[in-house]
Design a protein around this ligand. Structure first.
Ligand code: NAP
Length: 238
């Protein structure tokens, strides 16, 4: 990676996305916080500023048609390029019961909202970023997925979230195939169970640990993999 690489991370005002931005910025990447509410993004940027990391913020609500294209255009306006896209923003709104939640209690509203954010959000951002990456002949796209979306491990609980992450994995494979020319790599990763608002206080991993594989994929060398699914920097089953 050179110091001129730029990155856009969705949902980076808190949790794993915030930590991905911090780690990328420490590596010298011009990492941009994508934040649904720019005020939250600015508060996050101030925290990083106090660590000596200069990190800009763009408004990015992945649910809103047009927002992804506007955010990518703003990064292009600021830096002239976009090298890395991390699709991190997501919701986990299945209820009640979490891992006990039944498919038969799932409402259309919850399913639609979950797919809007967790699948269509990344799709919109990939569609917005890909033309720039093709033009540059360089791109790294990281989809923050989950073991909850692994067909190999599929079972009950969080049905909308699980299906949305399986679909995100399919998006990863399709985008990797379509973008295989021109040094653009598209990979999915699972951060493990991480102490964030989504993961809760009992999770066994810190946000630092959760961000590591995403940052590794975001900075892959040209001979690195594409179309894979990783945890702890190692391939895992789909
Ligand atoms: P989190 O603490 O709940 O943070 C979620 C982030 O996504 C927030 O910044 C939130 O913004 C943002 N977001 C939600 N909807 C959005 C939208 N429509 N537009 C833009 N941003 C939106 O979650 P996390 O634990 O850091 O999770 C990050 C990623 O890791 C997700 O993809 C999640 O599925 C995955 N993951 C997490 C775990 C875990 O144990 N934590 C495990 C496996 C996978 P607001 O602040 O505006 O709500």
């Amino acid at each position: 990676m050179t110091a001129t690489r730029t990155a856009l991370v969705s949902g980076a005002n808190r949790g794993i996305g915030f930590e991905i931005v911090r780690q990328l910025a420490r590596l010298g990447v011009l990492a941009v916080i994508g934040s649904r509410d720019p005020k939250d993004g600015l508060a996050a940027a101030e925290k990083l500023q106090s660590e000596g990391l200069d990190v800009p913020v763009v408004a990015l609500d992945v649910d809103r048609e047009g927002s992804a294209a506007e955010a990518v255009a703003e990064v292009k306006r600021l830096y002239g390029r976009l090298d890395v896209l991390v699709n991190n923003a997501a919701v986990l709104i299945d209820s009640p019961g979490g891992f006990k939640a039944s498919l038969f209690d799932l409402t259309g509203d919850i399913a639609r909202q979950t797919f809007e954010t967790n699948l269509l959000g990344p799709l919109r951002l990939i569609q917005a970023a890909a033309p720039l990456m093709r033009e540059q002949g360089y791109g790294r796209i990281v989809n923050v997925s989950s073991s909850a979306g692994q067909l190999a491990e599929m079972g009950r609980g969080y049905p909308a979230y699980r299906m949305s992450k399986t679909a995100l994995n399919a998006l990863t494979r399709i985008a990797a195939a379509e973008l295989s020319e021109g040094n653009i790599k598209v990979n999915a990763m699972c951060p493990g169970w991480v102490r964030t608002e989504m993961g809760g206080a009992n999770a066994d991993r810190s946000p630092e640990q959760g961000a590591d594989t995403a940052v590794w994929l975001a900075t892959l060398p040209d001979e690195g993999p594409t179309g894979g699914f990783f945890r702890d920097r190692k391939p895992i089953a789909w």
